[in-house]
Design a binder for this molecule. Sequence first.
Ligand SMILES: [Fe+2]
Length: 50
Amino acid sequence: MVYGDTRYYDKLHRMLVEKIIKEKPEFVLNVGDMVENGNDIRYWNNFLML
Ligand SMILES: [Fe+2]
């Protein structure tokens, strides 16, 4: 499974991850951009709290 550009769409990202889990993929690759600003810890905290 390959996906990306989740950026600041946290709720949409959560929904997408839940659907990916249901598919039971052998491998998942997020090609980025994972967060809007990688230098700001707040974005990573939101991303990692999925
Ligand atoms: Fe992008």
